[in-house]
Design a binder for this molecule. Sequence first.
Ligand code: MN
Length: 240
Amino acid sequence: MDKRTFLKNSAILALGGTVATSLPGSLVSVMAKGTTAGEKYILPKLDYAYDALEPHIDAMTMEIHHSKHHAGYTRKFNAALESAGLEDASVKDLFKKVSQQPAGIRNNGGGFYNHKVFWKSLSPNGGGTAGGDVGKAIEKSFGGFDKFQELFSKAAATRFGSGWAWLVKTNGGLVVTSTPNQDNPLMDVADQQGYPLLAIDVWEHAYYLKYQNRRTDYIAAFWNVVNWDYVNERFNKAAK
Ligand code: MN
């Protein structure tokens, strides 16, 4: 760096900025993740700030979960697709025959998709009971919102090790289920198939910083931030 450049950069720093922050925010975050332009799947942005779900889900957990874990799944999913020559396949088709795909596609494709649904399932304005069409369907399938909530919480609490609990739409109505690791109900390996409407991540990375071993406290807190508008959107999309 010559003296002139040094002085220029020093001036920028003195003004409270850095060279990097003069780039658009989205570009900085993409570059920081090591994601290169042209990759098929991009880490989605959240609709809210990392601290927006406090006190139910803490800011540090959200930041690490999104910017490290989800970013990692996204990066590795792109790499797995590339090495299998499957860049042109749709996620839906890959999941339908995931038992025939390399493990990297199952684990990282699931990780990419599941977290996408999860972030959207949460909102600082969420919580309460389900309204709209999904509210009616929950009533019909489970005999009441409380009964559904109890079933879903139990599925999340009893999933051994790492995994997810789900509310899914099937031809026979709504069903609660859970999957290990990064599997999901769109995959042919899942015990219960269906279209995911609501997801909770019960990997320890989703709650350990705030709740340590108390997974049930995290599940109880989750209900305060469920985005029922989004669950309704997915329900109506699946109905078509
Ligand atoms: Mn996770």
